[in-house]
Design a protein around this ligand. Structure first.
Ligand code: ADP
Ligand code: ADP
Length: 209
């Protein structure tokens, strides 16, 4: 099964993908995670994207499409995937159409006020990437990951100025994909508000699992 997770930043795409991977046996491929790993490792790609990401803007399509082409060519992606955070522009969606077929596009519907609260309270484990929220999904011990004790940090782009840029960018460049995939007949919109387990249940029902 080849799935795309669509929705504004903070919609819960990464959280639901992490909850679903075990049950579905699919790799969770997040372009944001791939870019953050490149920045952390100081690769030439990382150096190119660091400032763009911190500002809340989008990485140029050519770099992003190449990254995805390479990742989808790896062995673990042969049987399907959950693609989280890609495509984010119409040219990216057109390029993906030439790389691979897509079975379902799952659009997580969450209102702006809720998304802002989710992003400003998001914390991420520096070592394993597990996602928390200070109020909604707190770790057992403040500031430390439940899984490996890693330090929880606030992403640069989860600060107020970048959040605004990201929401504007989402509206201008990514939201048009809802209609684009709607016309192709592969779109499903699910309510992304409520307990993550409830959202997961809605998602599984929508894909017939
Ligand atoms: P969020 O979880 O808030 O939706 P991501 O982790 O998916 O954010 O992405 C973080 C940043 O990485 C984006 O703001 C952007 O700078 C870059 N990025 C991720 N995916 C893409 C993409 N498909 N196209 C361009 N830039 C991207
Ligand atoms: P995205 O990948 O779409 O940017 P995340 O999965 O990183 O979104 O979630 C954004 C923030 O919202 C995180 O802090 C996460 O813990 C929190 N969150 C995710 N899903 C829910 C939910 N259903 N209810 C409340 N908070 C949530």
């Amino acid at each position: 099964m080849k799935l795309i997770f669509l929705g504004p930043p903070g919609a819960g795409k990464g959280t639901i993908a992490d909850l679903a991977v075990g049950a579905l046996g699919l790799p969770h491929i997040s372009t944001g995670d791939l870019f953050r790993a490149a920045v952390k490792n100081g690769t030439s790609l990382g150096l190119k994207v660091k400032d763009i990401m911190a500002s809340g803007g989008l990485v140029p399509d050519e770099l992003t499409i190449e990254l995805v082409r390479e990742r989808l060519g790896q062995a673990d992606a042969a049987g399907g995937w959950i693609l989280d955070g890609f495509p984010r522009t119409i040219p990216q969606a057109e390029a993906l159409g030439k790389i691979a077929g897509v079975d379902k596009v799952v659009n997580f519907d969450v209102a702006d006020e809720i998304v802002v609260g989710r992003l400003s309270g998001r914390r991420v484990c520096r070592s394993c990437g597990k996602i928390y929220h200070v109020a909604n999904m707190p770790p057992k011990k403040e500031g430390a990951c439940d899984i490996d004790g890693g330090e929880l940090y606030t992403r640069d782009d989860d600060k107020e100025a970048a959040i605004k840029v990201r929401l504007d960018t989402y509206r201008a460049q990514t939201a048009p994909l809802i209609d684009w995939y709607g016309k192709k007949g592969s779109l499903m919109t699910i309510d992304g508000v409520g307990d993550p387990k409830a959202v997961l249940g809605r998602f599984m029902a929508a894909i017939g699992r």
